[in-house]
Design a protein around this ligand. Structure first.
Ligand code: SAH
Length: 224
């Protein structure tokens, strides 16, 4: 898989990909991530990428021309399955969208800033719009990092234990059961007996019951 993330603040996207699981996925060549700086695609001598909004109002708007040039350049090098604009009013991101996107080959994630992008970018250049929640961030970078992380950890070979992603919350319509590690007794706070029993069938049954109970309590909407 290849991800191209278009941003006017490339530095914001350095650290999410330089540690832990995402770093390892890139090192193992299971995914390549290209942080594309928008600024060089600006035509004017100040390298500006935003301008005042037509009709007035507070806040700057990202101009269509540098974005069009940037996307056209990326498309000349690769065929992209989706060009996704990170947007608070987009489709709400979820595990099932992450699953779906993890099957694609090449994706562009476009990070907005300021008041967002010129509407014509959304009308003519973008194929999909994703929000990570009903709140407003100052830029799309953190949202793009969230979406990339959720996708990349699903790619085969990225997690050491192949079944690990499948046992995470939401994959089977349930949230995850509680987990414990040593010590079995800490200040008298003990671990459920069954987990120490070594009886696999009972342990699996307990986990399933816990997951169902938690889902009922915390995310009743997941239960069909
Ligand atoms: N004026 C816009 C908000 C712009 S916020 C509005 O009211 O809808 C600036 C940029 O941050 C957006 O262009 C988008 O790329 C990103 N962004 C903000 N909140 C987001 C969210 N919840 N999900 C995804 N991207 C978001």
């Amino acid at each position: 898989m290849h991800l191209s993330i278009i941003t006017c603040l490339p530095k914001l996207l350095e650290s999410p990909f330089s540690d832990s699981i995402l770093k390892r996925a890139i090192a193992k060549k299971l995914v390549s991530v290209d942080i594309v700086d928008l600024r060089p695609y600006s035509l004017d001598k100040h390298k500006s990428i935003d301008d005042y909004a037509f009709g007035g109002g507070a806040g700057m708007v990202m101009m269509i021309e540098p974005l069009d040039r940037c996307i056209t350049d990326l498309k000349s090098k690769r065929q992209y399955d989706e060009i996704i604009y990170m947007s608070p009013d987009g489709e709400m991101f979820s595990q099932s969208i992450a699953n779906e996107l993890s099957l694609k080959k090449n994706l562009i994630l476009l990070c907005g800033h300021y008041k967002g992008v010129d509407e014509r970018v959304r009308e003519h250049l973008v194929t999909r719009e994703i929000s990570i929640g009903d709140y407003v961030l100052s830029g799309g970078e953190l949202a793009a990092a969230v979406v990339s992380d959720a996708i990349i950890r699903l790619l085969p070979g990225v997690l050491n234990d192949e079944t690990s992603a499948l046992s995470d919350s939401f994959q089977d319509g349930l949230v995850a059961p509680p987990v414990y590690t040593r010590p079995a007794d800490y200040k008298g706070w003990t671990v459920p007996e069954v987990l120490l029993s070594g009886h696999n069938a009972n342990i699996e049954k307990w986990k399933q019951e816990q997951a169902e109970e938690r889902t009922q309590k915390r995310r009743p909407g997941l239960i069909k």
